[in-house]
Design a protein around this ligand. Sequence first.
Ligand SMILES: Cc1ncc(COP(=O)(O)O)c(C=O)c1O
Length: 284
Amino acid sequence: MTLAYWNGSLLPLDEVSVSPLDRGFLFADGVYEVVAVYDGRIFELDAHLDRLARSLDAIRIAPGLDRAALAAVFERLAAEAPRPAATVYIQVTRGAPAQRSHAFPASAQASILAFASPLKRLGRDQQQAGFALVSAPDIRWLRCDIKSIALLPSVLAAQHAAEAGALETVMLRDGLVTECAASNVFVVKGGRVATPAADHRILDGINRRIAIRLAAEAGIPLEQRDVAEAELRAADEIWITSTTKELAPIVRLDGAAVGDGRPGPVWRRLRDAFDHLAGGPAEL
Ligand SMILES: Cc1ncc(COP(=O)(O)O)c(C=O)c1O
């Protein structure tokens, strides 16, 4: 049985019933967060709560729960989450008013749904082999900094990767790299790391920030700036970051080898540092 939080109650996930007028269902009018839970311990909860607050503010939803209450929802579900690793998903929508109409309803209480799922970490042997990436145009809107539940372009990009047997799709806009369907991108050339700056074109990933911090601590030069498609294709190393993929090394891009076709030394250093933070490496 998967336990869910739904508007103040705890109940089995399959007993949650959502109104057909919920604006999440009708308009994708809501935002979400996903945290990782390692052996019952939530990874970087504060950063995720900060980002949730920013996303809610940006689309002017008042969740009706303060930060401490939202933290308590995460903690409650994390306590019973599958081990050794899990995620807790939370989404907040603008609620279910009496009538469907595009503009904000005069009165509707936000709907809050949260539940935990097992997290299958990418195994150490898979990491050693590395992963494939494919590219596609970035067809999303220009507020990718908001963690919106309107994810259709990301769904299509993820399906593009799945059909190509790749881990992710890297998206390109105006000759520049933005990010993947659900992860951020880093490139390495000559020992220097670059990643797109956190502006309206990307989601400022929590594991992106961790990777930037770990690079600084390791004395590895890193720039947050525009990254050209040509730099991506000429990179010595590429890796991607996200809550569920952690730090995953990319060894093929659109069928071509990245660098020498093996996970690189800069990724290795940061991956070891990440595993230390996460309480240990993934299983084989
Ligand atoms: C578009 C997008 N970029 C980046 C990320 C990575 O963010 P995080 O590291 O916070 O999981 C995600 C995560 O879902 C995402 O959806």
